[in-house]
Design a protein around this ligand. Structure first.
Ligand code: NCD
Ligand code: ZN
Ligand code: ZN
Length: 346
């Protein structure tokens, strides 16, 4: 017997599409199930101006013939970002958010912000114009333990920025800790968080026990089980401040399976089946629609999608390809470590 679940067509509020041959190879994986996605600007070089965002959007659309997927562009905040350019790109409907990477925090973040005071005038202009700020929330200080970097970022950087810039809409991206969940819940307004698929499934043991698993390495790195449970509780709670941002971040296998492997998990292909299984196992399947189709759009001030996506559960496990072949090399799909019984109905 099979069970089905029809959802609002989902959106992905944090996605890496890359560029060139990788973009060509992977963009269809998101466009198949998702209506829209917030596109991360951490290309090399990063997308920092409205003109660059426009050109990147055109490259994405050119790689996507015949689908109605809508990329929602973002700008990469640097210490040299000009408020006028940013505001014009927002007014034109081209960009939907600005991304703050602390310099050196993650993949391709070298142009990020070192001195947060330098970003203050731009943040104030964004608050006034209602442009949301997406934040990679980790400090980069060498003396801070990698497992503590998110919690320390909240106290040292994020809370001071929010206090100094009242009215700024902030999305804490890919939260990995109970500290972040609690912080989002403590805010009166203007704060939300994205949660990834993989952080609902793995904890740090999955990365390290029984041999190092490079395909589970991402940033922020997965934390201990109690934190995963806090994320699962938040995602399935029906709290509108938590919504899906897959952070699907493809890297070619040779860059992952490497003595200095890149951070990023690739989940675009099977995120909706994975989430259905996770929400089902938690007894919260009825909460999936809001998590993937309502809360993010509402926070960003976008209309909810009118289309639908139907998932079905089968008794026999559903097989997904182990890798996607791209012109930039093979990309390994995230392996949840359990049999998947859900799939998107064709
Ligand atoms: N999440 C990751 O581990 N990697 C992302 C960057 C990011 O979102 O921090 C990437 O661009 O590869
Ligand atoms: Zn990030
Ligand atoms: Zn990301």
């Amino acid at each position: 017997m099979s069970r089905t679940l029809t959802l609002t067509r989902p959106d992905d509020f944090h996605l890496h599409l890359r560029d060139g041959a990788m973009l060509q190879g992977i963009v269809g994986e998101s466009a198949r199930d998702f209506a829209r996605a917030i596109i991360m600007p951490n290309l090399v070089p990063p997308v920092v101006t409205g003109a660059q965002a426009q050109a990147y959007r055109e490259r994405i659309m050119a790689a996507l013939p015949g689908t109605d997927f809508t990329p929602l562009m973002t700008l990469y905040l640097t210490e040299a970002t000009e408020a006028a350019d940013l505001l014009a790109a927002h007014r034109a409907g081209l960009i939907h958010a600005v991304k703050l990477y602390p310099a050196g925090a993650t993949t391709n973040s070298d142009s990020g912000v070192r001195d947060f005071d330098k970003a203050r005038p731009v943040l104030e202009a964004m608050a006034e114009a209602g442009v949301p700020l997406c934040v990679h929330g980790e400090v980069t200080d060498a003396e801070v333990d990698i497992f503590d970097r998110e919690a320390v970022f909240i106290d040292r950087v994020l809370d001071p920025i929010r206090r100094a810039t009242p009215g700024l809409k902030v999305i804490m991206e890919h939260v990995t800790t109970k500290d972040a969940v609690d912080y989002v819940r403590s805010a009166e307004s203007g704060l939300a968080a994205t949660i990834t698929t993989h952080h609902l499934i793995i904890n740090r043991n999955h990365i390290l026990v029984g041999g190092i698993k490079p395909h589970y390495y991402c940033l922020p790195v997965a934390k201990r089980e109690s934190h995963r449970l806090a994320l699962l509780e938040a995602a399935t709670s029906g709290d509108k401040r938590f919504f899906l941002g897959t952070d699907s971040a493809p890297h070619a296998d040779d860059a992952k399976e490497n003595a200095c492997g890149c951070a990023g998990c690739f989940t675009a292909t099977h995120t909706m089946p994975l989430l259905a299984q996770v929400f089902d196992a938690a007894g919260k399947l009825d909460r999936l629609d809001a998590f993937t189709g309502h809360f993010g759009a509402d926070f960003y001030g976008l209309p909810r999608n009118s289309g639908t996506l139907t998932l079905e559960r089968s008794e026999t496990p559903v097989r997904f390809a182990e890798k996607i072949d791209t012109g930039a090399g093979p990309v390994t799909l995230f392996d949840p470590g359990f049999d998947l019984h859900w799939r998107v109905k064709p």
